[in-house]
Unconditional design. Sequence first.
Length: 488
Amino acid sequence: MNQEDFFNIFRTGRNRMEQAVAAGLSEGGDWCDLYFEYTVYNDLLLKDGEVNDGGYNEDFGVGIRVLDGDRTGYAYSESTELKDMLAAAKAASSIACRTASGCKASVIQAGTVGRHRESCSGMNGVSTARDSLYATGKTWDNVQHAMFLPFLKRIDSSVRSKDGSIVRVMVHFADYQSYVMMFNSLGELVVDSRPMCSITVTAVFSRNGKTENSTASWSHRCGAEMLSPELAERLACDVVKGIDARFEARRPKGGEMPVVMGAGASGILLHEAMGHAFEADFNRKGQSIFSDRIGRRICRQGISIVDDGTIPGNRGAVNHDDEGVPGQKTYMVEDGILTSYLHDRISASFYGVSPTGNGRRESFRFNPIPRMRATYMEAGDACPEDIIGSVRHGIFVDEFSNGQVKIGEGDFTFYVKSGYLIENGRLTAPVKDINVIGNGPEALSRITAVGNDLKIDDGTWTCGKEQNVPVSVGIPTVLVSSLVVGGE
């Protein structure tokens, strides 16, 4: 798609956008940007082999932001008629410029920093990703959704064939196609076409009067061509995996002990307990435990933590963020040193650096703020079996849920959904009904081994910091020498 296609979708053009920006700056602001969005969303719920629910939704509108010093004004319209955009722009201007703040931030400039993908600019300052991170063969707004029913039923039947104790199977399928256009007071114009597909499979098992459930999910920025028999079989296998251990699991004795986090989904602890504390708005406001630690060692040498918007097809991938900044791979921690926060344009201006492509929003109704994309720890050189073998008594965790984090103090509590006791270097009894309790900076400093098995999880991860955005998590097998385990 080219610039004209997006002008047609949003029934506007460069001249009208320039008029809206001028209205936004009419009361003296420093910056104005426009965020246009058209999203088509579909979902289907298959319960026990039959369609139980489904929906179709379209969303359309434009959000207008005005910055004046350290004040932000934001307004949106569900119409892109010029008169409605001008009204929203003037409302945003009035909010931002209502009173003199007495503190003028630096005027935002274009540019990026760090290890990032290049972008290219064409005529009239139009910017698009050189190679889309989420190229699609069949876009979701151009397919008949009835064609997906055989695929969903295939998942249902495959799950049931794998375990005779299953009493219920639910398959939820959702997709969306978003068209986004961004324009700002520097004259930069960015367009992007964003697909997403998410599948969640839940099975309920009943054995000897006891009930357990298991969930598996998959989400990618991709087109309809990705739905295959191989994907259906993979999801079916994942949802029954480990169910015997669930029925056998018991609550162990608690205490302070080593914790081994398994590769993949346990990276949610990294996202929640540490990643949020690296977001620049928390640091700019002095609310993060890491607010004054740029350039300082926060964990042992050899550990690097990344927030990456450039993984092709990944749920957290962004050709451009929601401020028009190209997607990048940002090293927050490099070789144990805190080297960067995650910046939107506002925080980048405050710190005198370039934005890192982390300005994200739920939709045109929301102001962009610093948000993660795909957050993970890079692989080390340790063998996962050797890491487990080094622990005399502890626990192995491969899946967390229901975490709570205090950004300012760094304290966290996570419920263990799946794990095992480690006894004399071996995984033994499965465990349940326990919490892992600790402090983010302390946990980082206590990482004593990092495995060579980095895994980026493909699940339907969604971050809910004020507004919901799709993200991804990952981690190799990691040994934390001491955390509190809440058990008996």
